[in-house]
Ligand binder design. Sequence first.
Ligand SMILES: Nc1nc2c(c(=O)[nH]1)N[C@@H](CN(C=O)c1ccc(C(=O)N[C@@H](CCC(=O)O)C(=O)O)cc1)CN2
Length: 300
Amino acid sequence: MTATLIDGKAFAAEVRQKVATHVTRLRDENGITPGLAVVLVGEDAASQVYVRAKGKMTTEVGMNSFEHKLEADTSEGDLLALIAKLNADPSVNGILVQLPLPAHLNEDLVVNSIDPAKDVDGFHISNVGRLGTGQKSMVPCTPLGCLMMLREFHGSLSGLNAVVIGRSNIVGKPMASLLLGDSCTVTIAHSRTKDLPSVVRAADIVVAAVGRPEMVTGDWIKKGATVIDVGINRIPAPEKGEGKTRLVGDVDFASVKEVAGAITPVPGGVGPMTIACLLANTLTATCRANGLAEPEGLTA
Ligand SMILES: Nc1nc2c(c(=O)[nH]1)N[C@@H](CN(C=O)c1ccc(C(=O)N[C@@H](CCC(=O)O)C(=O)O)cc1)CN2
């Protein structure tokens, strides 16, 4: 059996198109243009790429993009002062601080200084608590993208066995809350889980977010299961030439696709959905701030 490919790149393009349609309507009917502020501290190469892509896609859907690039040695006080300014700015509906931050900055303190209503990453402790208790919240972009793809592929997720591998605050834990919210039976597995392959073998849905290149192999997967690969790992690729690299997920695509019913690729799976969902969240935050109906199908 060869699994159906869940094309995250194509799905993300559809989400961005839906967002763009709503943004046009907001402008024409309500005179509102959503604004997203992205803050980058330092010069991490991957972060620079992601922030550039976020700015480009924000303007492509018709929103205002505000980019703030700060020196790597920016003090916590200066960063918090910028966030306070963005919190108070009515033209800014969404605020995102690109992670990881340089080591001298306290990530929790910084994230929790963002107005929860503008926290389009869904990382503020208030949004984390709201999601965990089933209340309306801002939902972290990567797990929201995974949920959208799963809903699209399966329809109802009710009663399915889901195993999330990884317990990070950014992906694993919110992913588990979202799957529980859709009435899955959820297991969070991690590096200390005993006999991980047999835990994963019981799953109808596997979300791999562990950060270990190609760890999940075909013999771990139940026949016909849906496999969502959140991993983005750059590994050496000597076959492409000296010093070259390639991107792989946490899933060994070649062996898993022979057993799974459906699978997301890396690249072109979950990654593009992360930015599409950031735009969806910015739209949602704008609608909520203005007392307007939320866009359907773009939130959890
Ligand atoms: N504040 C945040 N910081 C970070 C987040 C986040 O959601 N909020 N997530 C990641 C990085 N990230 C977005 O910020 C991100 C990662 C990957 C992709 C993506 O499209 N990847 C491509 C491959 C790209 C490549 O060639 O390197 C893919 O998977 O197809 C988009 C966004 C950490 N920080």
